[in-house]
Write a protein that binds this ligand. Structure first.
Ligand SMILES: Cc1cc2nc3c(=O)[nH]c(=O)nc-3n(C[C@H](O)[C@H](O)[C@H](O)COP(=O)(O)OP(=O)(O)OC[C@H]3O[C@@H](n4cnc5c(N)ncnc54)[C@H](O)[C@@H]3O)c2cc1C
Length: 405
């Protein structure tokens, strides 16, 4: 059964770069494009920036370093980490990286990695301030629901907000929705996460021990690694795709029920426990990603990548370093669309690595910088893109790291 709707949609805005989704990837992309002097609109369906990192209460900014004392992710990834704790860290604060008098000698395999735990509300507000300073326009409460296309390009993204249904025309579009929504609307090739997501219910509470992040549903083990190690116990036996409206609602209800059970249990020892914040978006790790011109895999560890747009490490273990290929951010089938964050092209086990906050910032900066340079990503001048990224602090190749092993 279906209803045939027919309507004319007014064009409400025009911009050079339209960034869809205001998570860490979208913030990074919009900052990079706006600082390059482009007219940037960042649309976000929530009424705060940060996505999973803030509204989702995932407040651990995983490492920028390889675990052997070498920083590998720079540029906006480092800027946002520092910004997130600029008014105080909630927990992890690696003095060996952040203190003014710290030295490289304190950054060895035995010392803390370059990661922090931040306050979500402060990070969201500080990121908003940075974007406004850079001249980006933020449209909150705005849901991208469709695209209009012409040949192999997106002409406009159709959005809905309190003003109704409108079209925003853009030269280049960054898909930072986390779920690759824009690519799917534009019928670019995408792939869904096969393993499915475990239930998570991270929440903040306060009791006699102080104010704490309770991490229920800690992490999952990629299918390929299950023969080698066991994961932590799961909150529920069900797995979630994250791409079905009804299923997502049920998942959030299960997360709420788990939170309640946890509070009741913890009150036996800490009777004053009160929840202070619960997530306002579903805590879902991986859903859908672009099928890019290149798909990153764990075998790319320590490999020289000629079109690298930055580097990332492995949050799960010390050692691996990956150069991120520009070609893992887009499909040639939709020329003016580029992806950033947890929907870039990676195999399932590599995806578990590329989805985390520092990697989302690295791909976000690369996507926003490329979008400021042109509107056909198959024709991007890679050397020029790399030059701009380097000028803005990004180190592209492992061989160029200031500290060598
Ligand atoms: C339980 C859990 C634990 C995790 N633990 C860690 C950790 O400890 N450390 C770490 O670094 N990472 C962790 N991660 C991963 C990390 O938090 C996220 O993958 C990362 O923050 C994703 O950033 P993003 O910008 O790509 O996407 P998101 O944060 O998902 O941002 C996407 C944004 O787009 C908006 N949006 C989506 N669709 C639309 C649309 N159609 N129109 C308009 N707006 C839209 C959303 O509201 C959201 O704000 C964890 C994730 C989960 C779920």
């Amino acid at each position: 059964m279906s209803i045939l709707e027919s309507f004319t949609t007014p064009i409400s805005e025009q911009c050079d770069v339209l960034v869809c989704g205001g998570g860490v990837a979208g913030i990074s992309a919009a900052l990079a494009a706006a600082r390059a002097g482009k007219r940037v609109i960042l649309l976000e369906k929530q009424f705060m920036l940060g996505g999973l990192a803030t509204a989702g209460l995932i407040t651990i900014y995983l490492p920028l370093c390889d675990g052997y004392g070498r920083q590998v992710s720079f540029g906006i990834a480092e800027e946002l980490l520092r910004l997130s704790v600029s008014m105080g860290a909630e927990d992890k604060y690696p003095a060996n990286w952040l203190d003014a008098d710290s030295t490289p000698a304190q950054r060895t395999v035995d010392d803390p990695r370059f990661e922090v735990q931040f306050n979500p509300q402060l990070f969201a507000i500080l990121a908003e301030q940075e974007l406004l300073k850079a001249g980006a326009e933020i449209l909150y409460g705005t849901y991208a629901v469709a695209v209009s296309t012409k040949k192999d390009r997106i002409e406009s993204v159709i959005v809905e907000n309190k003003s109704g249904r409108q079209a925003i025309c853009a030269g280049a579009v960054v898909d930072a929705t986390g779920d690759c929504d824009i690519a799917a609307f534009a019928q670019a090739p995408t792939e869904n996460f096969r393993q499915g997501n475990v239930l998570a219910a991270w929440y903040y509470g306060v009791d006699d021990r102080g104010y704490n992040l309770n991490m229920l549903g800690f992490c999952d083990i990629p299918e390929s690694e299950k023969k080698n190690r066991n994961g932590p116990p799961l909150l529920a036996n069900k797995r979630f795709s994250g791409l079905d409206g009804k299923e997502l609602s049920q998942m959030v209800q299960s997360a709420h029920a788990s939170t309640l059970q946890d509070i009741i249990k913890k009150r036996q020892k800490h009777p004053t426990l009160m929840p202070t914040t619960i997530a306002t978006i579903p805590q879902i790790r991986m859903t859908r990603r672009i099928v890019g011109e290149y798909t990153m895999c764990t075998g790319d560890d320590h490999k020289y990548i000629a079109d690298s747009v930055g580097m990332v490490s492995d949050w799960r273990k010390r050692g691996p370093v990956y150069e991120v290929p520009f070609t893992s951010l887009y499909s040639a089938q939709v020329k003016n669309l580029i992806c950033a964050g947890r929907c870039t092209a990676a195999t399932e086990d590599m995806w578990d690595l590329m989805r985390v906050i520092p990697c989302c910032a690295v791909t976000g900066q690369a996507a926003g910088t490329a979008a400021a340079l042109g509107t056909d990503f198959t024709k991007t001048d890679i050397l020029q893109l790399q030059k701009v990224l380097q000028k803005n602090g990004v180190v592209l190749h492992e061989k160029d790291l200031p500290v060598q092993l």
